[in-house]
Design a protein around this ligand. Structure first.
Ligand code: ADP
Length: 382
């Protein structure tokens, strides 16, 4: 259905309905002489069809008509969510109060008695058109306000999340780095070396966590402030994935987790290097974090004619369905510690979603608690 109001607001479009051709012509002439665009129709049925085809700005509606009368036409218009806001002015020779009241009860905005004066018709039509446009403007303004409120709420949630992360999550790995470094220093000073390898490993883990977190935080801050530009370019994804994976060999090795790759020989993509790197980094890091020692991770890619599908599968603890719904969402802070109590922020997957959607792709997870998860994302071909 075309919306005349949007397409041509300057010339209002009036649907005129009367079963008597002479009356119809008279009304039509009056309105045309005022410069309105009119659509004259001879029955209620035709009126409904015309309104559905192209929404009028106002309906001038005769009451007494043979098939469906004006009241019924008005009732059906008001029943239709797309048409119910059109002002209907009834026009009738039956000027009894009861009839006028019925007309208003059916949702009419005005009532003109026949015979009428052209000036009266014009004055009433003008007034109701003006009211209609004003109420439309108010509605639009209201919509804009709603949108702005939503954006402000999101911004606020973003800000809250940011401060929570800085206040809690970044503090914890640094506390552990400082605590264990102090113990290391003391033990080395006292020349007692028991357990220092374990301390060093904890420091390494915590540093890795702090670094992951910082990188996510910086990416995220840049994306939120609009400073992270989306700069896609052609590159080869398979070697890129291999390079990123190699950065995690050590940390996976510490948990005796094997990282397998099931990748094609090469896979050219048109994508943003930095964003795709963040996504893969986060998915592999999570897979390691939520897999028990001795587990297995497989990174695979499938080329389809229209997109590339990348999957990071783990044999980890899995995620229950009700929790899956909370992932990827800024309004639902969701984070659980890893299998070695690694802390997180719930920021990684939000970033992944944002970056993949910038590419026009999708990201989702399939998981069975106790068996493992598979995070899947797509990069469409351009
Ligand atoms: P973080 O890992 O910092 O908590 P993410 O956004 O990366 O933040 O992940 C949010 C949550 O999703 C995690 O805390 C965890 O509960 C769940 N999750 C993510 N990846 C996995 C996975 N591979 N296996 C099980 N749970 C996962």
């Amino acid at each position: 259905m075309k919306n005349q109001t949007e397409s041509n607001r300057n010339i209002p479009n009036i649907l005129v309905v009367d079963d008597v051709p002479a009356n119809l012509k008279l009304l039509d002439d009056i309105l045309k002489s005022e410069g309105y665009k009119t659509r004259p129709v001879l029955s209620g049925e035709l009126a409904l069809r015309a309104a559905e085809k192209e929404k009028p700005d106002l309906v001038l509606l005769d009451i007494m008509m043979p098939d469906i009368d004006g009241f019924e036409v008005c009732r059906r218009l008001k029943e239709n969510p797309d048409l119910k806001d059109i002002p209907v002015i009834f026009i009738s020779a039956i000027g009894e109060t009861a009839n006028v009241v019925t007309a208003f009860n059916y949702g009419g905005v005005d009532y003109i008695n026949k015979p009428f004066q052209a000036e009266e018709v014009i004055a009433r039509v003008k007034t109701h058109l003006k009211l209609r446009f004003q109420s439309q403007e108010l509605l639009e303004l209201n919509e804009r306000l709603k949108q702005q409120t939503k954006e402000l709420e999101e911004l606020n949630a973003t800000k809250d999340k940011f401060f929570t992360i800085i206040a809690h999550d970044l503090k914890s790995p640094f506390n552990s780095i400082m605590g264990f470094s102090e113990m290391l220093v003391e033990q080395v000073r006292d020349k007692t070396y028991d357990g220092i390898e374990q301390y060093a490993n904890i420091i390494l883990d915590s540093s890795q966590r702090a670094l992951d977190l910082l990188m996510n935080l910086m990416d995220w801050a840049r994306s939120q402030t609009g400073k992270m530009e989306f700069i896609p370019e052609y590159f080869e994804l398979v070697n890129f994935i291999k390079d990123i994976t190699s950065l995690f060999e050590d940390i996976a090795g510490q948990k005796s987790i094997i990282i397998k790759k099931d990748l094609p020989l090469n896979a050219p993509v048109f994508a943003d290097h930095a964003m795709i790197s963040t996504v893969i980094r986060n998915l592999i890091s999570n897979a390691i974090k939520f897999t028990k020692p001795g587990g297995e991770i497989t990174i695979s890619a499938i080329e389809k004619p229209d997109q590339l599908i990348i999957m990071v599968k783990d044999s980890g603890i899995g995620i229950s369905n009700d929790r899956i719904e909370k992932l990827f969402r800024l309004d639902e802070t969701y984070s659980t510690p890893g299998t070695k109590d690694e802390k997180g922020t719930g920021l990684g997957l939000i970033l992944c979603k944002e970056f993949i959607e910038k590419h026009g792709g999708k990201i989702w997870v399939e998981s069975t608690p106790g068996e493992g998860s598979i995070f899947i994302f797509t990069i469409p071909n351009v």
